[in-house]
Design a protein around this ligand. Structure first.
Ligand code: ZN
Length: 243
């Protein structure tokens, strides 16, 4: 077993044993962000997906080359393309959290942006179901526009909230850390967060509340790839579409 495999067993084993004793297994799904076009890093990501039978939801920015991206992804079973914002452009006023939608935007304007993004995906042969706002932008105008177009939203860190509008399914476990520069989060840090997420679900009896693995293939250093491989060797994410 690899070093990371041993660490997974050491840090998550006792908690996973409690799940098993209760007759449950955690549900993971996998989101990767920031795709715009095919790349060697995307090939590497898709190879991992195929090798481990792990479906990916790939959040792609509509201003990229969607037809080429869709074509490459078609070679891997279970890849879902999700809409990752409009242009991945931070339009927040100074001092506000980053995001593409702000208080000055009208619902009509934002709904038109969402509609245009859906159309870009449709022209590439993709019927988009999920919207992933860059920077986890949680503006109510954006949410209203997503509801109008019947899209599900994915941000970061929350449990599912039945009846929420729009319906929401988050990512929770980021392989990377971002400040001061993008790099691997660290196996210990990642696994301790994973353990907290597992404990939270077990204690609340939310056994089927999915945990979202989050990757950014264009930003991975070698340590991120190595750990991701060890994680996928141990846990097989399910398709977002089935959740
Ligand atoms: Zn992004």
């Amino acid at each position: 077993m690899t070093f990371h495999g041993l660490l997974i067993t050491a840090l998550l084993g006792p908690e996973l044993a409690r799940w098993k004793a209760a007759g449950h297994a955690p549900v993971f799904w996998w989101r990767d962000d920031d795709a715009r076009r095919p790349s060697p890093a995307l090939d590497r990501l898709l190879e991992l997906s195929r090798r481990f039978g792990a479906p990916i939801t790939l959040a792609a920015v509509p201003d990229g080359d969607l037809p080429a991206l869709a074509q490459v992804c078609a070679s891997t079973p279970g890849v879902e393309l999700a809409i990752h914002g409009f242009r991945h452009e931070n339009r927040a006023p100074a001092g506000q959290p980053s995001g593409e939608v702000n208080d000055q935007d009208s619902l009509e304007g934002v709904a038109a942006e969402v509609e245009a993004a859906i159309a870009v995906f449709a022209r590439a042969g993709v019927e988009a179901e999920l919207f992933v706002p860059p920077w986890n932008n949680a503006h109510p105008t954006l949410d209203a526009a997503l509801v109008r177009h019947g899209l599900v939203v994915s941000r970061y860190g929350e449990l599912r909230a039945p009846g929420a509008a729009p319906p929401r399914i988050d990512a929770h476990l980021d392989v990377m850390r971002w400040k001061p520069t993008a790099r691997f989060r660290g196996a210990r840090r990642f696994l301790l967060r994973a353990r907290r997420l597992l404990v939270e679900r077990r204690v609340r009896g939310l056994w089927d509340d999915p945990i979202g693995l989050l990757t950014h293939h264009l930003d991975h250093d070698e340590a991120s790839w190595t750990f991701l491989e060890a994680f996928l060797a141990r846990f097989t994410p399910v398709s977002r579409r089935g959740l």
